[in-house]
Design a protein around this ligand. Structure first.
Ligand SMILES: Nc1nc2c(ncn2[C@@H]2O[C@H](COP(=O)(O)OP(=O)(O)O)[C@@H](O)[C@H]2O)c(=O)[nH]1
Ligand SMILES: [Mg+2]
Ligand SMILES: [Zn+2]
Length: 342
């Protein structure tokens, strides 16, 4: 007898793929994903966790108000799990000392901050998931501002669809004007902090971070830890409780960690990340971040990198009095080339 339901649907079964249902129709072939089978356990009422730390294959996940340590389930294969991911847990999710849950699924990401090992390597690795904001911390002195680093962070942020926030520290040592003149024409949100880091100093940053997931990046010595300690007064303790399984009290220097802000939201510190390889970012992706430039850029010669004489953006900038904005955009585009490190 013919099964009416099986034959008549839009999602008719493909030869050689018996037993698949519409869940198997994927937009992209996911690495490590497998077709649904009868043996696959149901995780429908399994709790969801938020990955706050990673240490040698152990994932600290905030789950229903407690920190549950978990490992990746075998069924995840090579699928990456990073700080900021929302994951479905199975097994012992009590969070009791010595217990270990399993991560059985990773929820779709709203954003993915990536790096490639270097500019020529097309393989990209996700560093942080679901962040809405990239806080680029740069000192105005000691160490001197590293503008190329800022440019590259901006490119990575625009590519990931994450809004950047430039935080200029140590304004007690040097004035911020020159740096602001480069980035304000792009419409980048900028904040300036100085010592002593009073509540008044930190308040604008608190407001900017409130209720969002922000990831912080900056070179060593620019004042990231100083800011985090001011934002999250018990930051040291929060990090310390994350790893009861291994007994290690602190996260390793290379791993990211998410800290909950007292006013709501999360700040993710990325101690091991000192920059981005941008080999995978196209000029088009960068220009798309600036809606007023995307229109005129579409009239450029095919494949225009927007750096040469025949680029149509020069005329647009003259007509709109936007030379500073175009200069800043070109800084960003040029920062994609050459070596990553300072
Ligand atoms: N003068 C001055 N020094 C600062 C300021 N913020 C941080 N520092 C100092 O800069 C050094 C590096 O700060 P730290 O937070 O450890 O930087 P990190 O490596 O980015 O985490 C420390 O000696 C801080 O006391 C500031 O606004 N002004
Ligand atoms: Mg630090
Ligand atoms: Zn062009």
């Amino acid at each position: 007898m013919r099964d009416e339901r099986a034959g008549g649907g839009v999602l008719s079964r493909r030869p050689g793929h018996e037993g698949l249902d519409e869940d198997d129709v994927r937009v992209r072939p996911g690495r490590g994903t497998r077709p649904r089978t009868r043996r696959r356990p149901a995780h429908e009422d399994a709790p969801e966790g938020f990955v706050v730390s990673i240490d040698r294959g152990r994932y600290g996940t905030l789950t229903e108000g407690r920190v549950v340590i978990a490992m990746k389930a075998r069924e995840l294969g090579h699928r990456s799990v990073v700080v900021g991911d929302r994951v479905i847990l199975a097994g012992d999710t009590s969070g009791d000392e010595g217990t270990l849950a399993r991560i059985v699924r990773v929820q779709p990401r709203t954003s993915a901050l990536r790096r490639s090992p270097d500019d020529t390597d097309p393989v990209e690795r996700v560093i942080v998931a679901n962040a809405g904001q990239l806080v680029i911390v740069c000192a105005l002195a000691q160490p001197a501002p590293h503008l190329r680093f800022i440019d590259r962070c901006l490119v990575a942020a625009y590519d990931a669809g994450i809004s950047p926030l430039l935080c200029l520290t140590k304004a007690d040592l040097a004035a911020p004007r020159e740096v602001l003149d480069i980035y304000e024409p792009l419409g980048v949100s900028c904040l300036v902090t100085r010592r002593p880091l009073t509540d008044e100093q930190i308040a604008p940053l608190c407001t900017a971070l409130s209720g969002r997931i922000s990831v912080m990046i900056g070179q060593s010595g620019v004042g990231k830890s100083t800011l985090v300690n001011a934002l999250v007064p018990d930051a040291g303790r929060v990090v310390g409780i994350v790893n009861p399984v291994t007994g290690r009290g602190r996260h390793t220097s290379s791993s990211a960690v998410a800290l909950e802000l007292p006013g709501g939201g999360w700040i993710i510190d990325t101690p091991g990340v000192r920059g981005f390889g941008l080999g995978y970012v196209s000029p088009r992706r960068v220009v798309e971040a600036f809606p007023d430039l995307a229109g005129p850029a579409a009239d450029c010669p095919p494949g225009c990198d927007h750096l040469d004489e025949d680029c149509g953006l020069d005329e647009w900038a003259r007509e709109h009095g936007a030379q500073a904005r175009l200069d800043s955009l070109r800084r960003l585009l040029r920062s994609r080339e050459g070596a990553e490190s300072p």
